[in-house]
Design a protein around this ligand. Structure first.
Ligand code: IMP
Ligand code: MG
Length: 340
């Protein structure tokens, strides 16, 4: 069993398949804690396990392991309605806690996110996260500790995580969105409302940089983007369909824009996150013969070449390879517990 602090971060524009990788790690590595950082319910993480599909906007994807404690870090915005619905649907209230300092999304934030500049120019998810974060920065936002609906879930999340790490337990720290949507490092203004790189995620959940043992950076085998902003090599919607790369936003239902994998941006993303390993998802979409394969040697030769070229190009090991939607459709290329 692995131990220490593992961060899982999106390497591109969100929707890299973080949910799938996190749910696999949660089942395989049996973490004591899965804690969510990132922005808030603008994210939609899809988890397919045991014949069920979950679309999580608030809870950590570690929910698939019933032994794992579920936490939301202080930096995360909570939409109490979405949160309570997910807790109920997953029957996870006894193992879920949120930091009292999480800020709350109110109706007025959602309304403001669905009009004017944010809707028409940026193309936000319309979930209220940008307006709620701006109000928080003005020191006018409401916090979880002031919201009666969340009373039974309140805790000091940073303390819980740091104590678990002191006990040498495994903590999975889940990011949302992707590095290229970072408020600081992305192509402003076509970005989300905070920094979503690994450093930002540490701050969200309350751990210092020296606590981190592994940074798993998740890339999809091709690039997608929803909303406005640049996308190098963007395909037409017809070409996207022809290649079978069409995807629809899990929060917004929008057809995602698509382009081939971008090495230049991948390298930048690895640097920004100090990624220690790559999880590459949806290899089966590029190479259908890779579907449900569990051993690297059984992949078609072109698929192996794609992975080997990527490793050489970005000088980071591709440790996990997704070969289908289920949490267990994965190739793991070497034991993950390297250092301990
Ligand atoms: P916001 O985060 O809703 O303010 O949206 C800002 C930009 O980030 C828009 O282009 C959104 O489409 C994009 N975005 C936000 N969250 C996600 C996500 O989870 N996946 C993909 N794109 C996202
Ligand atoms: Mg998503």
């Amino acid at each position: 069993m692995s131990q220490g602090c593992w961060i899982i971060v999106g390497g591109a524009y969100g929707d890299e398949g973080k949910g799938k990788i996190i749910s696999y790690l949660a089942l395989k590595e049996n973490p004591a804690i899965a804690v969510r950082g990132g922005v808030g319910p603008n994210a939609g993480h899809t988890v397919v396990y045991g014949g069920k599909t979950l679309k999580l906007r608030m809870l950590p994807c570690g929910v698939v392991n019933e032994q794992t404690q579920l936490l939301l870090g202080a930096g995360v915005l909570i939409d109490p309605k979405v949160f309570l619905k997910e807790v109920q649907e997953t029957a996870s209230s006894s193992r879920t806690k949120v930091d009292g300092n999480c800020a709350i999304i109110e109706e007025k934030h959602i309304e403001r996110d669905r009009e004017g500049f944010l809707k028409n120019v940026i193309g936000t998810t319309g979930t209220g996260t940008g307006p709620a974060n701006s109000e928080r920065i003005l020191r006018l936002g409401k916090l979880a500790r002031d919201d009666d609906r969340l009373r039974e879930y309140l805790d000091d999340v940073s303390l819980r995580i740091n104590s678990a790490l002191d006990r040498k337990e495994l903590v999975l720290v889940e990011g949302t969105q992707g590095t290229l949507l970072s408020l600081y490092h992305g192509d402003y203004p076509y970005v989300t409302s905070k920094d979503v790189s690994a450093s930002g995620i540490c701050s969200d959940v309350g751990i210092g940089p020296k606590r981190v043992d592994e940074v798993v950076i998740v890339f999809k085998s091709y690039t997608t983007r929803v909303g406005s902003g640049s996308l190098d090599g963007e395909l037409t919607p017809e070409e996207t369909m022809n290649r079978g790369w069409q995807e629809f936003g899990s929060v917004t239902g929008r057809l995602r824009r698509a382009a081939p994998f971008n090495y230049k941006l991948a390298k930048k993303s690895i640097i920004l996150n100090s990624g220690t390993m790559i999880a590459l998802t949806k290899l089966d979409t590029l190479f259908p013969a890779a579907s449900h394969v569990h051993e690297f040697e059984r992949l078609p030769a072109e698929a192996r070449a794609f992975v080997n070229d990527m490793e050489a190009e970005v000088a980071t090991p591709v440790v996990y390879i997704g070969t289908g939607p289920d949490a267990e459709d994965i190739i793991e290329r070497r034991v993950s517990s390297r250092k301990w």
